[in-house]
Design a protein around this ligand. Structure first.
Ligand code: NQM
Length: 374
């Protein structure tokens, strides 16, 4: 099933429809998405990391969860598939997909699905409307003219998918410090579901208000970000991150529209056109830790738990609270929640590019080996 999850788009599969062997599975997914090719012209991918995503879903054996969700990022122009990162946007479609595939019985009115996120081992609970036992993506099943949830980066309104993240077990500050100097730049490394390096935009000689395209064209910036990211991976305990998509890098600047902070996020080479859900959750939690690099840049969050993270196409509201800890004890995230929307776009049979074919943009289109995935 092809779905939009939040501000991302991807192919959703039942685990049983994919090869069990990860190498075989990844090879198949590259051929399904049309990678490696900057246009992904021969597959389902949309030629950007945000539209080259896969969710793999199965019934969970964990008594605390209904379904297991494995997120796979399929690189666009490299033959790489990684399970090292999670994705909170694709997560928004997992509950509806589980209902569509009969893994979870819908409630009459609303359904809550407990999702074990296999990439991190953490749990999420997604709640969405299911009037009459069917997923109501648009929020119009009751006769309303439109849904009630609008998210920046997606046109129009739809039904809300409310996602709760109970307190996680991972340290919020992976280096154990609130600030680190990495490759000569003062940063804060955080992980509230996504490892992110917070960097004041001004420290990298940009304003933080440039467009994603302008930032991607800045080769000096790209070199500095690469140097910071590779070094940060080591101090954050992620090892050699050359071929992974984590940590992400969020540049911080003062807010312009009533939010807490303005961001430009690198995922990790392309600049996000908005911001990832868990990426934003990490930025928000990072702002709540006293002494982080956001101080003096971000507006102090109000007393409420809702923190508005501004980004290139609007904002993303994150509800989170952090127990800053007393002297000597590490800060702990108490809770995180977010509202997304999702939509079923297409359900059917995908015909992957034949195995062991040479992917080159010039090769003729068409043809399949008859082995449809689902
Ligand atoms: O951080 C992009 C996205 C994401 C990830 C990325 C995401 C998240 O917007 O939870 O959703 O950071 O690679 O889909």
């Amino acid at each position: 099933m092809l779905m939009r999850g939040g501000t991302s788009k991807g192919a959703y599969f039942l685990a049983q429809d994919l090869p069990a062997d990860p190498a075989e599975r990844d090879d198949l997914l590259l051929r399904v998405m049309g990678s490696p090719d900057p246009r992904q012209i021969d597959g389902l991918g949309g030629a950007h990391p945000l539209t080259s995503k896969v969710g793999v879903v199965s019934a969970s054996t964990d008594p605390d969860a209904d379904v297991d969700y494995l997120f796979l990022q399929v690189a666009v122009d490299r033959p790489e598939v990684t399970d090292r990162q999670n994705c909170g946007n694709i997560l928004a479609g997992i509950g509806p997909f589980a209902v569509e595939r009969g893994l979870v019985a819908p409630g009459d009115g609303e359904t809550s699905v407990r999702i074990r996120m296999l990439n991190t081992g953490e749990l999420a609970i997604a709640s969405f409307p299911t009037p009459g036992g069917r997923v109501d993506y648009s929020g119009t099943a009751s006769g309303a003219a439109s849904g009630t949830a609008e998210i920046s980066g997606v046109p129009g309104a739809a039904a809300p998918v409310v996602i709760e993240f109970p307190q996680g077990g991972n340290p919020l500050l992976p280096t154990g410090r609130v600030r680190d100097v990495i490759a000569g730049t003062e940063v804060t490394c955080v992980d509230n579901g996504m490892p992110v390096v917070l960097i004041p935009a001004a420290a990298l000689d940009v304003t933080g208000y440039e467009t994603p395209t302008e930032l991607e064209e800045n080769v000096t910036l790209a070199a500095r970000l690469r140097e910071i990211r590779l070094a940060a991976g080591k101090v954050m305990g992620l090892g050699d991150v050359e071929h992974t998509t984590i940590p992400k890098l969020s540049l911080l600047a003062p807010p312009t529209d009533g939010g807490a902070v303005m961001t430009r996020t690198f995922i990790p080479m392309r600049c996000h056109t908005s911001i990832g859900v868990l990426g934003a959750a990490s930025v928000a939690a990072g702002l709540l830790v006293p002494g982080g690099v956001g101080e003096g840049i971000a507006e102090a969050p109000a007393q409420s738990d809702r923190i508005r993270i501004e980004h290139p196409s609007g904002f993303l509201d994150i509800e989170t609270s952090v127990d800053a800890g007393s002297a000597g004890s590490a800060p702990v995230v108490r809770r995180t929640a977010v509202v997304r929307t999702a939509r079923k776009i297409f359900d059917g049979t995908v015909f992957p590019r034949p195995a062991a074919s040479t992917p080159a943009p010039a090769r003729p289109l068409g043809g399949n080996d008859g082995s449809a995935a689902r």
